[in-house]
Design a protein around this ligand. Structure first.
Ligand code: CP
Length: 328
C-alpha cells in the first residue's frame, strides 16, 4: 500500500484526505457512492429534475480551490458542492497569486491554512504534490486531490462509478473498455482502480502502442488487437482525450485523422458493443477525434450524467472528510 493511500485515512480507517482510490475498500467506496446518491437530482412527475435542498452541514467551514491546471467540470462542481453544503469558498486566482513569484504549493497551502481554511481542493500537473501537502497540513485540515499529473483523479473515478451504478444492476460481470491516451490519463487510472475494486474483472485498455500504460500501472488488460475487437460485448465504453499538455515531445502526438480512424468512437463502432452499453467521457471532449458528435450526444451517452454525478460525489466527499471534525 503506498504512502498516499495510507495517509488519507485515520488510524481507525476513516477518510481524512482523498488523494487516491488505491487502497480504498469496496465498502468505503460504496459508502461514498451511497452518500453521493442522496445528493443527486431527482426526477419530478412533470419530467423535470429537482435539486436536493441546500444544506448547512458545512456551515462555518472554509473550502479553498487551488487549481494550478485548467479545469471546468472539477473546479465548478467542487465550488457548487461546497456552497450547497453551506461552506465558505475561496477560489484562489493562481495566475495572480504568489505562485507566480516562485512560492511552492505547500507554502501557499500553509499560508491559507493560517487564515482558517479547513479543506484544500488541489489540481496540479505535479505528481506527488497532494501527498506533500497532506503531510504538511495540521490536524483537522483535509486535502482533496482534484486531478494530479497522470497519477490520479479520485473524485472523477467516483463519479464514473456512481454514473455506472445508476444504470447497471451490478458491477460484477461488466466488461469495460477504456480507449485512448491511457498512458497520460489520471482518469483511466482512477476509473480502472475503482472498477476493479467494485468487482469488474474484465477491463480492456485499448490505445495506440505509443499511448499504452506502463506495465501494471493501470488495472486491466492491454488490448493487442483492434478497437473493434475490444468493443465486442462491452457494457462500458470510456473514451479519453489525447492529453496534449502531457507530451514531452510534440512530435510524438498522433496524427488526429489516423487516430480517429483507428480509435475514434463512431456510431458504427458503437454497434459492436452491447446494445445497452454506456458511452462515457470525462471531458473535455475533442469531438471528431476520440468521439463523434452522434455518439457523444446519442442515446447511449451518459456524459452529461457524469457531470451531474460530479457535484453529488464532491458533496459526499466534502461531507465525509469534514465529518471527522464536525457533526455532518
Ligand atoms: N474531467 C475533468 O477533470 O474535467 P475538467 O478538467 O474540466 O475539470
Amino acid at each position: 500500500m503506498d504512502d498516499a493511500s495510507n495517509i488519507q485515512r485515520t488510524v481507525d480507517g476513516k477518510l481524512r484526505h482523498l488523494l487516491t482510490l488505491d487502497g480504498l475498500s469496496r465498502s468505503a467506496i460504496t459508502e461514498l457512492l451511497d452518500r453521493a446518491a442522496s445528493w443527486q437530482y431527482r426526477e419530478r412527475k412533470d419530467g423535470g429534475k429537482s435539486r436536493p435542498d441546500k444544506s448547512d452541514k458545512l456551515a462555518g467551514r472554509t473550502v479553498a480551490n487551488l487549481f494550478f491546471e485548467a479545469s471546468t467540470r472539477t473546479r465548478a462542481s467542487f465550488e457548487l458542492a461546497a456552497r450547497r453544503l453551506g461552506a465558505d469558498v475561496l477560489n484562489l486566482d493562481i495566475q495572480r497569486s504568489s505562485h507566480q513569484k516562485g512560492e511552492t504549493i505547500v507554502d501557499t497551502v500553509i499560508t491559507l491554512e493560517a487564515m482558517g481554511v479547513d479543506t484544500f481542493v488541489i489540481r496540479t500537473s505535479s505528481a506527488g504534490a497532494s501527498l506533500a501537502v497532506a503531510r504538511s497540513v495540521g490536524a483537522g485540515v483535509n486535502v482533496l486531490n482534484a486531478g494530479e499529473g497522470n497519477l490520479s483523479h479520485p473524485t472523477q473515478g467516483l463519479l464514473d462509478l456512481l454514473t455506472i451504478r445508476n444504470h447497471k444492476r451490478d458491477f460484477e460481470g461488466l466488461r469495460a473498455v477504456i480507449v485512448g491516451d491511457i498512458k497520460h490519463s489520471r482518469v483511466a487510472r482512477s476509473a480502472a482502480t475503482g472498477l476493479a475494486t467494485m468487482g469488474v474483472t474484465d477491463i480492456r485498455l485499448c490505445a495506440p502502442p505509443s499511448l499504452r500504460p506502463a506495465d501494471g500501472s493501470v488495472p486491466g488488460e492491454v488490448v493487442d488487437g483492434s478497437l473493434d475487437d475490444a468493443l465486442n460485448g462491452a457494457d462500458i465504453v470510456m473514451a479519453l482525450r489525447i492529453q496534449k499538455e502531457r507530451f514531452v515531445d510534440d512530435d510524438q502526438l498522433p496524427d488526429l485523422k489516423a487516430y480517429h480512424e483507428q480509435y475514434g468512437i463512431t456510431s458504427r463502432r458503437l454497434e459492436i458493443a452491447n446494445r445497452d452499453a454506456l458511452v462515457m467521457h470525462p471531458g473535455p471532449m475533442n469531438r471528431g477525434v476520440e468521439i463523434d458528435d452522434a455518439v457523444a450526444d446519442g442515446p447511449q451517452s451518459v456524459i452529461r450524467e457524469q457531470v451531474a454525478s460530479g457535484v453529488a460525489v464532491r458533496m459526499a466527499v466534502l461531507q465525509s472528510v469534514a465529518a471527522l471534525d464536525v457533526s455532518a
